[in-house]
Design a protein around this ligand. Structure first.
Ligand code: FAD
Length: 519
């Protein structure tokens, strides 16, 4: 009898296995039979590309890559996955330009949607006539292309990232922060309208007036609530030139006092950032920048000599006919600052070259094979009241040098961030973005090695937690549900509710590791 029961169990289990295998193996053919204008690719090259990202540390192979030719392709695919129900493990990740750091745009065994296939420049439409100028773009559009297209109308987006070879959907899923954010807020504060494909495959338009909850859910939503297929981005008149300035401080208090003064200044600078220099020679030795001051010899001779220095980086936009007035304005603002007097470095470059400055360095690094290395980046948002404690411990003791990549630091106003979006930010009127943007040199065991940088990041995070600084990670990465709950704090319940409405089976953006299919 026991043998008989055992036999029945084995038969039962193998039936389940055969059925499961059948289900899994029938998925590709069921996908292939969907009525699409674009296509699914099972090509090894495509799968490999979708399995990696800029961070170059996490690798998850999808089952297939969708190259959509229309929004309907995305909707049909997600509807199909939705109809497979909770027992199917299939997930879907939108992939913008794949510049995530820890596999956020990957989908293990799932469908990766190559959003850049949706782009067609002739679909970008600029509207200059009404109350606001804006541009309608595809969610897979690169910001650099938007810049070039809008400049044809003398216009440009108001808020940027430091690097423009990123997609609209990718940066709006995070926030999109750069030196203009103190004035205009992050990119998610500069969107008028979006078209979204939700986790049930529905195509929905949303704005501050229409489907309001979806609009705010998706902005800063880490891809959890829908795929951004179109966005309407606010524009402003574009300048032609930029006055680009760097000044140095040895005193952190004087540095942050000036940064904070400048973000309140009327008719002040158009861009305000800053970075930390430790055990490095020269102001030019910075991969992230093509800064080429009028007195390069002096700038390159500048030695930090073991000291920690703080570089305030400013930019003022202008057109040629305004040169005189702009110089006067800049002089006036600089005269109120307390930087080391001999350390004023200036240059003038075109607006496009200024905005696209990191790409110039990318080209140089690529030529040396130093672009596709691991990037163990750490981005933090730190309340103003705790920035001195942070600097004392982190720049004073934990970080020994900044030669493996820039460490950015600059303040922004919380009032320019809309609390209804999904992004988690510190609860203080002013907070700082501090970005440790290290590149790990392959085969290095020292300060430039991957293990060293990762353990430094860990020490920084442990300190922030121990000291209760109220820090939030930007471009967050956590491995447990508890950590995500802590990250979102009071917003966690709102997030759960949003997920249950817009992606109830947790199909979307599995690489973020927040929700498991199905919750
Ligand atoms: P991906 O990496 O492809 O995707 C990121 C996430 O968004 C994934 O979860 C993905 O599933 C989701 N996603 C992608 N497209 C869509 C869509 N259409 N709809 C919904 N979800 C989508 N960030 C800043 O804020 N400021 C900076 O100055 C800045 N500088 C950077 C410089 C460099 C060199 C790099 C590599 C990154 C920088 N970033 C910066 C970070 C960057 O904004 C994010 O990593 C962003 O997500 C990258 O965009 P992407 O198009 O490559 O997105």
């Amino acid at each position: 009898n026991i043998m008989f029961i055992k036999g029945l169990m084995i038969l039962f289990l193998s039936c389940i296995t055969i059925r499961l295998n059948f289900c899994i193996s029938s998925i590709p053919s069921s996908l292939k039979s969907l009525p699409l204008e674009g296509h699914f690719s099972f090509d090894e090259f495509d799968l490999k590309k979708a399995a990696r990202d800029f961070g170059n540390r996490y690798q998850s192979f999808p089952m297939t890559v969708l190259h959509p030719k229309s929004v309907s392709d995305i909707s049909v695919t997600i509807k199909h996955v939705w109809n497979l129900g909770p027992n199917s493990q299939l997930t879907v990740a939108a992939r913008g330009h794949g510049h995530s750091l820890q596999g956020q745009a990957q989908a293990h065994g799932g469908v990766v949607i190559n959003m850049e296939s949706l782009n067609k420049v002739d679909e970008m439409k600029v509207y200059a006539g009404g109350e606001f100028a804006y541009v309608d773009v595809s969610g897979g559009e690169l910001w650099i292309k938007i810049l070039h297209e809008t400049l044809k109308y003398g216009l440009a987006p108001r808020s940027w990232t430091d690097y423009l070879h990123l997609t609209v959907g990718g940066t709006l899923s995070n926030a999109g922060v750069s030196g203009q954010a103190f004035r205009h807020g992050p990119q998610i504060s500069n969107v008028l309208k979006m078209e979204i494909v939700t986790g049930t495959g529905e195509v929905v338009n949303c704005s501050k007036e229409e489907n309001v909850e979806l609009f705010y859910s998706v902005l800063g939503g880490l891809g959890q609530f829908g795929i951004i297929t179109k966005a309407r981005i606010l524009l402003e008149p574009a300048p032609t030139m930029v006055k680009w300035i760097r000044v140095l401080y040895a005193d952190f208090t004087a540095f942050t006092r000036d940064q904070e003064k400048l973000i309140f200044a009327e008719k002040g600078f158009d861009y305000i950032e800053g970075f930390v220099i430790k055990n490095r020679t020269g102001l030019l030795n910075n991969w992230r920048s093509s800064f080429n001051p009028q007195d390069p010899v002096q700038a390159s001779k500048f030695k930090s000599d073991g000291r920690t220095l703080y570089c305030l980086e400013l930019a003022k936009y202008f057109n040629h006919q305004e040169t005189f007035a702009v110089n006067q304005d800049v002089e006036k603002h600089l005269s109120h600052l307390n930087y080391i007097p001999s350390t004023l470095f200036q240059t003038e470059i075109t607006y496009v070259d200024f905005l696209d400055r990191v790409h110039i360095s990318e080209v140089k690094l690529r030529s040396k094979g130093l672009w596709d290395v691991p990037h163990p980046w750490l981005n933090l948002l730190i309340p103003k009241s705790k920035i001195h404690n942070f600097a004392e411990v982190v720049f004073g003791h934990i970080v020994k040098e900044t030669s493996n990549g820039p460490v950015l630091i600059y303040p922004v106003h919380k009032s320019k961030w809309d609390n209804r979006t999904s992004v988690a930010i510190p609860n203080e009127d002013i907070f700082y973005l501090v970005a440790f943007l290290a590149s790990a040199v392959p085969s290095s065991n020292g300060c430039n090695g991957l293990e060293y940088i990762l353990s430094q990041n860990k020490r920084i995070l442990e300190y922030c937690e121990r000291a209760h600084l109220g820090v939030k990670q930007y471009l967050p990465h956590y491995t447990t549900q508890e950590e995500w709950e802590t990250h979102y704090g009071p917003k966690w319940q709102i997030l759960l509710q949003r997920k249950s409405i817009y992606d109830p089976l947790a199909i979307l953006a599995p690489g973020q590791g927040i929700f498991q299919k199905s919750i």
